[in-house]
Design a protein around this ligand. Structure first.
Ligand code: ZN
Length: 212
């Protein structure tokens, strides 16, 4: 299944250390926002944005593909069973713009939903994943470790998270959920070489891309 998703649902502040690094409180309910299908590009296309909009931060995130419809689900197990594939993605964020929008109390779309803001690697079938709550990933830039995530450390575990999302947004097959970034976000520079590694699966997966 590689259809264009109807939407990409993203989770903010899902790891405590990341919420703290941006000076945000630990949320008592998941922070959700949506990227449109027009934000999606493949990893092979590389990373680009309108430099006039200021700094663009990397947020490396475990991403889930929904293969079965979810609407108003309350059972976390049932919600988790709708996941058909996983991969790593980059929730690109125009941090200068986001800081300004937060100050003004305005929505985040300008900073989060712009063209090219959602970068996804190849989907890996769930049969490669022994346990979704025990998946690790890392992002290296120019051979330096920048981010390291572990779904065991999520404030809201994945099943509960999907059930919660389905209260507001029905998820339809092909939709994507980006589960939030661990600490270590930072600005991208032209020429940066990015390497993302997904572990805790039956085998490790590695992807690379670069900033134009
Ligand atoms: Zn994010």
């Amino acid at each position: 299944m590689s259809a264009v998703p109807s939407k990409i649902v993203c989770v903010g502040r899902s790891y405590a250390a990341h919420a703290q690094e941006l000076g945000n409180a630990i949320p008592d309910q998941p922070v959700l926002f949506i990227k449109p299908p027009s934000s999606l590009v493949s990893l092979a296309e590389g990373i680009d944005w309108n430099r006039a909009l200021g700094q663009c931060h990397h947020e490396c995130e475990l991403s889930l593909r929904i293969d079965r419809p979810l609407k108003n689900v309350t059972d976390p197990k049932e919600a988790l069973a709708a996941v058909g594939a996983v991969t790593l993605g980059l929730d690109l964020t125009l941090r200068d713009q986001q800081d300004l929008l937060k100050k003004k109390g305005q929505p985040w779309e300008r900073a989060k939903a712009f063209d090219g803001s959602c970068i996804l690697a190849d989907w890996i079938s769930l049969d490669q994943v022994p346990a979704l709550d025990q998946v690790q990933f890392k992002l290296e830039i120019n051979d330096q470790l920048r981010q390291h995530g572990d779904t065991g450390l999520l404030i809201f575990k994945l099943g509960a998270l999907l059930a919660e999302i389905s209260q507001n947004f029905s998820l339809i097959p092909g939709d994507v959920v980006m589960t939030g970034t661990p600490a270590g976000v930072g600005p991208l520079e032209s020429g940066d070489q990015l390497k993302m590694t997904l572990t805790g699966l039956k085998q490790d997966f590695v992807w690379t891309t670069q900033v134009h």
